[in-house]
Design a protein around this ligand. Structure first.
Ligand code: G4P
Length: 283
């Protein structure tokens, strides 16, 4: 599931995107609702200029409801169409057809003026690895519809999934690389598990998360692990280890194990709905 990015990958991904983007009217960009800005690559704005744009706040089930709404407003104000979705459970998927028509209304109007009627909107899904592109395409199109094009012997053409008479979707999503050179962005991507944990060691990463939670979601750790939320982050991690009986050699606290447990609980939503970045930081 984890991706390591090398310049070669990035160049190839970008070239594919540039080719495919010529074929479409609408860019459906998935972002992670917990980190809507850090899970984007700003280059998409250049690549997708002159296209209709739709941003999906995916994994909205894992992010705070109030912040999902605030982020939706934030992107709407910047001129994007926006929808909150949970691709895993199908939440929000029913609204998508309407939102696509709305996002493409200028194009549809242009076509109509030129006498072109009923030409379907062509769309492409893009986003960073692990943001939920395949899950979303499956939720939208149904598993049977998602064909794979490049098996040996199968013609290597573009595959379009016909969603209905109005919309066709390119079956291969465009992969954007995250901008993890920025330290804060890298940290947030590591929190959600979308880049390798090794940018920081697991304990350091967990302590960063502890620091964030104590500041922005006080009481969360206390409630989940029945701990005192010690002021010192390492002590707090030790409290988690103690509470969850993470021990080495039967007696010493295994803070490495506690760190993995904590990160895992966070990533799977077991600490509750937690948004990691907020629109007011980006105004
Ligand atoms: P990608 O194509 O963009 O690389 O992402 P992919 O669809 O493979 O999804 C990555 C992971 O994110 C998957 O979990 C998927 O189930 C999960 N996911 C996608 N959309 C949502 C969502 O809206 N909410 C939640 N909570 N999770 C979502 P996984 O751990 O790889 O597999 P599994 O645990 O689902 O088996």
């Amino acid at each position: 599931m984890h991706f390591q990015w090398y310049p070669g990958h990035m160049t190839k991904a970008k070239r594919m995107m540039q080719e495919n983007i010529k074929l479409i009217d609408l860019v459906i960009e998935l972002v992670d609702a917990r980190i809507p800005v850090s899970s984007r690559n700003p280059e998409i704005d250049e690549l997708g200029k002159n296209k209709a744009r739709l941003i999906l706040l995916n994994k909205s089930d894992l992010a705070g409801d109030k912040w999902n709404d605030a982020w939706a407003e934030y992107f709407k104000e910047k001129g994007y169409s926006v929808l909150k979705v949970n691709s895993k459970k199908g939440g929000g998927i029913k609204s998508i057809q309407g939102v696509i028509q709305e996002a493409c209304k200028e194009k549809i109007e242009r076509d109509r003026k030129r006498g072109i009627l009923n030409r379907p909107v062509r769309a492409m899904v893009v986003g960073i690895p692990n943001v939920g592109k395949s899950t979303f395409i499956n939720a939208l199109a149904g598993k049977a519809c998602t064909k794979t094009g490049n098996k040996p012997g199968v013609t290597k053409g573009k595959q379009w999934i016909r969603l209905n008479k109005n919309v066709e979707l390119l079956d291969t999503p465009g992969i954007l690389w995250p901008k993890f050179e920025d330290q804060t962005v890298g940290l947030r991507l590591a929190f959600i598990g979308s880049i390798k944990d090794e940018i920081l060691n697991t304990e350091e990463l967990a302590m960063e998360l502890i620091r964030f939670l104590k500041e922005f979601y006080p009481g969360t750790l206390k409630e989940k692990y029945q701990i005192e939320e010690a002021e010192d982050d390492f002590s707090c991690l030790q409290e988690v280890a103690e509470s969850r009986h993470c021990l080495v050699k039967g007696s010493e606290l295994d803070t490495e194990k506690a760190a993995r447990l904590l990160l895992d609980d966070f990533r799977n939503g077991r600490l509750g709905k937690i948004t990691l970045e907020f629109p007011n930081d980006y105004e």
